[in-house]
Design a protein around this ligand. Structure first.
Ligand code: NAD
Length: 496
């Protein structure tokens, strides 16, 4: 019951303060109440068992309050040897199972993710800093959907590739980033398993907890031992996996810089490779667009998950005639976003994932100002003293040569630029080494198709942004990587 409304108030007087002491239009605090059990320390998941790592361990920290959540084992070369050996030993049995049986295991994993959804969402938010409404409504349901979707493919691979006899690639080393920890694990594991491969997965060092919970789920559903192995650690652990001679395929999602190192390390080996890398994606707003709808799309496209999104629409190109209107509306909407406790259901932007990432974002904010762009900081939220916080902002007066228009920031920072003609919009949008995603906002169908066919981007969203579905292939052009995840195209990466 909302006790702040006039009709609810027994005396008829109007209490203008919320329970938090704020005004009538403030929300009361609504922290997620599910309690999640987190062990003091976690080992590696190898051959169906959790065991200690040979290397030292490191802390995983809640970025919204800087408290240590748990200690995580750091896998060294000998642990990678054990994990790869377990995956190799499990391969004949797993790939030899009828597809329909492999599919049943995937269905079970999907169901178990659904059953443990609240716990997974809370854990993801505590470990990574993203708002609970995103872990709850985006990450976890999409992770389950990915397993459901690939469960359906497991016994239909011949139909996916008619006239071929698809065979698994073998042991897959999979390395993922910290921005969608559970979802990226699902994107990697589900297609690999559906196609009969076995995997060694390495989560990012700041967000290991949900990948380890997924390992627990594999154990719960009775997945044959060694089919999924989870090794935790930082870059050296990933490098040991990449360079292991008995790995048949590397699937990497992360920065372009590390992607290039991996491409070099796997060149001249017989390892297969797919790379899902960074981006500097454009959102293009034409004067005939529904402006309010476009503003919502732009806001969701960059500030969603604090800008920790590979396909974030971090550059917006606005047709000159509506530049002032769009800038004003962006300003107003940004002012209404709520930044703070990620476990609060009303929070729009949570905490930045780590102090290192906050440092990177702040560096770009300084560069933006020093190079002459104008920073707009309309958000009034007061953020907690502890934790890593960056309020959403945008820059105008941005030139194509400015660093903030060229480099991936991976934070809640938007560069606003203008254009006059569709051709100019295309050439400016494509003027980037990246090519992951793009958005076009217009009322004209012909313009939509013309733009979509000319933009160098793996995904082009039209009058929407950041929509994901397991049936739809996702991946990049140019320095955003190669290979696709999701859909029939995603299966091809895991089959010979
Ligand atoms: P990162 O490249 O620093 O790390 C990614 C993973 O690689 C981590 O698990 C890390 O431990 C590991 N790693 C680091 N050095 C390694 C090495 N030398 N060899 C092997 N593994 C190594 O990236 P990040 O900061 O965790 O993630 C952010 C980046 O990921 C952004 O650039 C973002 O655009 C990109 N990303 C891309 C997609 C996509 O689908 N294209 C999706 C999510 C994130």
């Amino acid at each position: 019951m909302n006790t702040n409304t006039r009709s609810d108030h027994p005396t008829g007087t109007l209490d203008l303060r919320g329970a938090s002491g704020g005004g009538i239009f403030d929300y009361d605090p609504a922290p997620e109440s599910v309690k999640v059990k987190i062990d003091d320390s976690y080992g590696l998941f190898i051959d169906g068992q959790f065991s200690g790592a040979s290397g030292s361990s490191f802390a995983t920290v809640n970025p919204s309050n800087e408290e240590t959540l748990s200690m995580i084992g750091s896998a060294d070369g000998s642990d990678i040897d054990r994990a790869v050996a377990a995956a190799r030993a499990a391969l004949p049995g797993w790939s030899g199972l009828p597809g329909i049986v492999r599919g049943k295991y995937l269905y079970r994993i999907a169901r178990r993710i659904q059953e443990r959804a609240r716990e997974l969402a809370v854990l993801e938010t505590m470990d990574g800093g993203k708002p609970i409404k995103e872990s709850r409504d985006v990450d976890v349901p999409l992770a389950a959907a990915h397993f459901f979707y690939h469960a359906g493919w497991a016994d239909k691979l011949e139909y996916a590739f008619p006239g071929k006899k698809p065979e698994p690639v073998g042991v897959c080393g999979q390395i993922i980033p910290w921005n969608f920890p559970l979802l990226m694990a699902a994107w990697k594991i589900a297609p690999a398993l559906a196609c009969g491969n076995t995997v060694v997965l390495k989560p990012a060092e700041t967000t290991s907890l949900t990948a380890l919970r997924l390992a627990e789920i594999c154990q719960e559903v009775g997945l044959p031992k060694g089919v999924v192995n989870v090794v935790t650690g930082a870059g050296e652990t990933g490098s040991a996996l990449v360079n292991h001679p008995d790995v048949n395929k590397i699937a990497f999602t992360g920065s372009t810089a590390v992607g290039k190192i991996i491409a070099k390390a796997t060149a001249a080996t017989n390892k297969r490779l797919t790379l899902e890398l960074g981006g500097k994606s454009p959102n293009i707003i034409f004067e005939d667009a529904s402006i309010d709808q476009a503003i919502e799309g732009v806001i969701g496209g960059i500030y969603f998950n604090q800008g920790h999104v590979c396909c974030a629409g971090s550059r917006v190109f606005v047709q000159e005639s509506i530049l002032d209107t769009v800038t004003q509306k962006l300003n107003d909407r940004l002012a209404s976003l709520r930044v703070g406790d990620p476990l609060d259901k009303n929070t729009d932007l949570g905490a930045i994932n780590s102090s290192e990432q906050l440092g990177t974002i702040n560096k770009y904010l300084d560069i933006g100002g020093n190079e002459g762009a104008v920073r707009h900081d309309p958000n009034p939220s007061s953020v907690p003293e502890k934790g890593y916080w960056c309020k959403p902002c945008f820059f105008t007066g941005v030139q194509p040569s400015h660093t903030i228009a060229r480099e991936e920031i991976f934070g809640p920072v938007l560069a606003v630029m203008s254009f006059r003609t569709p051709d100019e919009a295309i050439s400016r949008a494509n003027n980037t080494p990246y090519g992951l995603a793009a958005g076009v906002w217009t009322d004209k169908g012909s313009k939509i198709f013309d733009m979509a066919s000319k933009l160098d981007a793996g995904v082009v969203w039209l009058n929407t942004y950041n929509q994901f579905d397991p049936t739809s292939p996702f991946g990049g052009y140019k320095e955003s990587g190669f290979g696709r995840e999701g859909g029939r195209h995603g299966l091809a990466a895991y089959l010979k």
